[in-house]
Design a protein around this ligand. Sequence first.
Ligand SMILES: [Zn+2]
Length: 276
Amino acid sequence: MRGGLLALTLTALVATPAEAGTSSIDGGRIRVVYEAPKKAAYREIHDTMRQRRVLERVGAIVGLVRLPTRLTYRLKECAGELNAWYAPENRSITICYELIDSIVRAAPEKRSPAGVTRHEAIRGPVFQILLHESGHALFDLLGIPILGREEDAADQVASLILLHLSPADARMVVAGSAYFFATTAKGEPVDKGAFSDEHGLSWQRFYNLACLAYGSDKRRYRAVLTKQYLPKERAESCEEEYGHVAFAFAKLIGPHLRARLKDGERLRRAFRSALI
Ligand SMILES: [Zn+2]
């Protein structure tokens, strides 16, 4: 596929305007819809997401996979629900204004005590959530078998993809998502409801992300250990944990990728250019 990735990247950058707030990328395989909010307070989220082409960027990453059908990314108001989900019946990923608004509200004024900037604390979790939902979409659309809990598997797919972004983008998403999980964890009850939920507890999702980041590159993410974001005991198994995720991704999703996975550098470049 000489030149294929370049063509793919260019396709990803050129959106075709259709109805207001809707555009397609990747030859129409991926559709993005920015529904205009009724609530005036969400207007800024709408404008920023649209101007920065957030849905298109995530769509361009997922467009590196040959999808059998069209996939839609939609930003909409959800009657007060703080949520994001993938719906297999209409093959669409929805992210609610309410959820993004809660992320904006939870972000530090300038910088958190741990050094996470406001920008990272907002952009990071939005990308992580969209990549997590993209994981659910890929499992469904490609018929990927899942051992273990689907929610954990979707987090792992999101982590693997985000750790292949440019170093600056990867750091931004890791730092911002870690901040989001840690902040969410503070108000989270540890009770039967939390233990029986299909999602892991926020602290577990925090440590899983920290472990995969550290396992992917011990030098780049050494702060995970030196700043004690991860206990030493867990850190010892992170390289192996990352290896399991990378192996499963290569085996199960790799064959559907346009870029050959064995050519890791090309894949990395493709992921990078998709988010720039
Ligand atoms: Zn999920």
